[in-house]
Each structure stands twice: as structure tokens, then as C-alpha cells.
Design a protein around this ligand. Structure first.
Ligand code: FE2
Ligand code: FE2
Length: 166
């Protein structure tokens, strides 16, 4: 759900002339796809119909409203959702789910900070400055801004050359 929401927010930011904030939404949308893929991989062998209920607000506004929604969604995931999921996965001894949740949690912390930064600039009527590119680890969703990707992903240890550039 976050993946789709951020892609829609990116289109709106682009229309409003915030090119870098649009890039940020697109990069983080990709990171959310990576999380969804990792979570669904864990479920893929199970013979059951799983339903997803998105607990987050839907219905876009302007970029200011969208960044606010994005920040609240990321903070919810960091402070409530993933910590609860992690406890249950620990209780159930589910190592694959645990790894997927722990990786996502670390990436979401970075997402909330990046969105907060974007909102600070937007409130001054400015686009977010991005020095170089936004890089996303295709294994865990780690998100990083710089001219080059990190040598090694600090969350999952994947080599930097695997990162996807936005
Ligand atoms: Fe996120
Ligand atoms: Fe990673």
C-alpha cells in the first residue's frame, strides 16, 4: 500500500514542481516494494488466503499533506507496527519473518527522517536539495543519499553495486 501511495504522491509532487521530493517518493516507493516482496516471500509457501488491511490514510492531498501522511505512516511502522511484529516472530521462532521485519524497521527509520527533512524544505517553499542520487538496496530497502552508493549495505550487507539509483 505504501508503495502505491508514494508513487501517487510522486506524481503530485512532480506537478507541483518539487522534482527532488518526487524522486524521494519514487525511491522510497521502491524500498516499500522490496519490503512487500520480502514479506510475501515468507508467506509464499503457505496454503491460505491472506488479507491485507492498510491501517494508513488514503486519498492524496497536496505535497505538504502527503508528506505529513507519509511521516506519520513511517513513524507508526517504526514505533508500533514492526516492534509488535518482531515480538510475535520471536515468540514463534520464525527466523525468516524476523529478518524481513528487522530489515524493514531499519529502513523505515531512515524514511521517516528523509520525509521530515523534505517537509522542512517544503515549508520554506523550497524543493529538497539532493546532492547526487537516492540509492536503494534491492535486498532490504536501505535508502541512502550520495554521489555513490555505500560500499556495503549497513542493514543487510549487500554490496553497493547492487543498489538501485533514483
Ligand atoms: Fe518506509
Ligand atoms: Fe540492504
Amino acid at each position: 500500500m505504501a508503495h502505491m501511495r508514494y508513487l501517487i504522491y510522486a506524481e503530485i509532487a512532480e506537478r507541483e514542481g518539487y522534482k527532488n521530493i518526487a524522486r524521494l517518493f519514487r525511491a522510497i516507493a521502491y524500498a516499500e516494494y522490496v519490503h512487500a516482496r520480502n514479506h510475501s516471500r515468507r508467506l509464499s509457501g503457505l496454503d491460505a488466503d491472506f488479507k491485507v488491511v492498510a491501517g494508513s490514510a488514503f486519498g492524496p492531498g497536496d505535497t505538504k499533506k502527503n508528506l505529513g501522511q507519509a511521516i506519520r505512516g513511517e513513524i507508526f511502522e517504526v514505533e508500533e507496527m514492526y516492534p509488535a511484529y518482531i515480538k510475535i516472530a520471536e515468540l514463534q521462532g520464525d527466523r525468516q519473518a524476523l529478518q524481513s521485519f528487522k530489515w524493514a524497521l531499519e529502513a523505515e527509520k531512515i524514511h521517516s527522517e528523509l520525509y521530515k527533512k523534505a517537509l522542512e524544505y517544503l515549508e520554506k517553499g523550497q524543493d529538497m536539495p539532493i546532492d547526487g542520487y537516492i540509492w536503494v538496496c534491492p535486498v532490504c530497502g536501505h535508502t541512502y543519499i550520495g554521489s555513490e552508493p555505500p560500499e556495503k549495505c549497513p542493514i543487510c550487507g549487500s554490496p553497493g553495486e547492487k543498489y538501485v539509483k533514483f
